[in-house]
Write a protein that binds this ligand. Sequence first.
Ligand code: NAI
Ligand code: MG
Length: 496
Amino acid sequence: MAQQVQLLTTVEEFIKKPHQHYINGQWMPSMSGATMDDVDPSNRQVLTTVARGQAEDVQAAVEAAGRAFRDKAWRLMSPGSKSILIWRLADSMAAHLEELAQLDSIDMGMPIRQAQYGTIPMAIDHMRYMAGWATKIEGETIPVSAGAFFNYTVRQPVGVVGAIIPWNFPLLMAVWKLGAALAAGCTVVLRPAEQSPLSVLRLAELITEVGFPPGVINVVTGYGPEAGAALAANPGVNKISFTGSTEVGKSIMRTAADRMTRVSLELGGKSPNIICADANLKRAISGSMLGIFMNQGEVCSAGSRILVERQIYDQALEQMADYAKNMRVGSPLDPKTQMGPVVSQEQFQRVLGYIESARQEGATLVAGGDKMVQAGSGFYIQPTVFANVTDAMTISREEIFGPVVAVMPFDTVEEAIERANATEYGLAAGVWTENVRTAHYLAQSLEAGTVWVNAYHVYDAAAPWGGFKQSGFGREMGHHALDLYTEMKDVWISLQ
Ligand code: NAI
Ligand code: MG
């Protein structure tokens, strides 16, 4: 039996609690009384039940957020005081880091070390970064020539934000939206994913303790097509911020069109990762394997298409196969685990289906390729590497969102660029080369919101994040995130 992290008593107790909606600073069940099961992906057992919100619960939360937005307690709170509240929330998250890490780990299968040392610290850092922005959202004075006027701009909060987040980084995705929205002075209705609501519900408890005015942050749990869709369609929502699949992103955009609700979308990807013959191969291989297998491949920016220059293709492939075969897949709560189970039965079947499609379409399997019964009864899938994948195969075109990578050779840099860009997506890209010209040329030519050179999966609260093409629009990190949550107002004052 692998050595597992002992669950904190607070975590055990928290899981057992009845999980309700957090509306106007109060906990309440669904008006219908309905609940839904939250499953532990490492053993397929029901972990706990959570309120199953529907349109009427969403309506109550949106009304609370609307009232809080207009209430002077928040509207006229000084930016400095808002900044302190957001910073205090970050302090509270830091004080409960281990708890939040354990919750994400049990709820969606994230390896505990990744949660403890990567994801949760990143969420805390993001909150702190955004706390600083609350006092730095400035306007301009404009030297107009239309007459004798003093003209200035102010940036005002867009209003009530509906935030719909996916299950792959439950707390971090919540914080990416909350941090900027709060710094901008918005109020929020947050709908965590049905697969992994727990860390967000714990965050709501911390929010109460920190002392935000009631209604500034509300959490409604429920299924995407019910609570999620109801939030996207609610007329009291001024802006929808969504992270998830491109398909659902499009449906949200259509719904938003009716009321001109502001939208920002962070959607899927099929990110290319290009390894040139002159790359430092050791670094390129370990970086590229992290690029695909981190978080079980359930990452929007996963480097799921690896293009390798032909001279080093065989050698690189052999090293990738070795790496994949030696990865430690197992319980998310084992500190040695590098890859846990995928999140759900649905995702498990989906990923296995893609593996089957690659086999049938003639790709060469060099590592993995199956579920893992030896790891336990959870949704475990082997780290899988397919070689000789063509651009036409399904696994080169569609987002798999699992531990499956397509590897293919290329002959020239021009060819690599053309093939890398031949996708509807444009979220991220990786480049491995020791040649400074090639590095800059590729960085400039790749159609992606982020390009990593001799690195993969590095993120920072200060660096903008978002997609080109069908990977969405809007930038969630850095100061650009504030543009998503503010409207610009121009004021004319007659001087005569
Ligand atoms: P999804 O897009 O259905 O789910 C993402 C979020 O949207 C969840 O919170 C879900 O509850 C919500 N949602 C679903 N239907 C909705 C609707 N009609 N209105 C409003 N919200 C709705 O993705 P799912 O089913 O979890 O995974 C399917 C595939 O989507 C994955 O295999 C992956 O390819 C992609 N995906 C991409 C993500 C990303 O970060 N880019 C995150 C999650 C999924
Ligand atoms: Mg779960």
